[in-house]
Design a protein around this ligand. Structure first.
Ligand SMILES: [Zn+2]
Length: 144
């Protein structure tokens, strides 16, 4: 029975959903199948409004494939980028923020070798990465 009180009704709906997870999952699957266009539009709208989150998820996904853990948000990374004012911290040349690349100070390829040896994924926080211009990033290679 729905409540008249808005907050109580909301609570009831949340309670129902958590108590009937599999039922709800099946119901929403049917909804998604019958409303593919609507769902696609909604998905696209969310992606357009949350580009940061989309980038972050993609980055974490790629990190997972490389057997490392990236424990920082896209916002932290963007702040770090902004702090450079578009200057490469290594060669001090101005390349513009858009041309700075994310460099893992401890090389990912070495971290992967460590992982194969001891099974532990290396965790990269915001302090373990740096922006570099593509020239410096290529020059750095697998050196730390
Ligand atoms: Zn540089």
């Amino acid at each position: 029975m729905p409540y008249k009180d808005k907050n109580k009704e909301k609570e009831r709906q949340i309670r129902y959903r958590t108590n009937n997870r599999s039922k709800e999952r099946a119901r929403s699957k049917i909804y998604r199948n019958n409303n593919k266009g609507k769902v696609a539009v909604g998905k696209k709208r969310w992606k357009d409004n949350n580009q940061d989150r989309v980038n972050e998820t993609a980055r974490r996904y790629r990190a997972g494939k490389k057997h490392i853990i990236e424990d920082f948000s896209n916002e932290e990374w963007l702040n770090k980028l902004r702090d450079t004012f578009g200057l490469c911290p290594r060669c001090n040349k101005y390349v513009g923020i858009a041309h700075l690349e994310l460099d893992h100070i401890y090389p990912v390829s070495v971290a992967y070798k460590d992982y194969k040896r001891n099974g532990a994924k290396r965790i990269y926080t915001i302090h373990d990465i740096q922006p570099l211009c593509s020239k410096c990033n290529k020059k750095k290679g697998v050196r730390i």
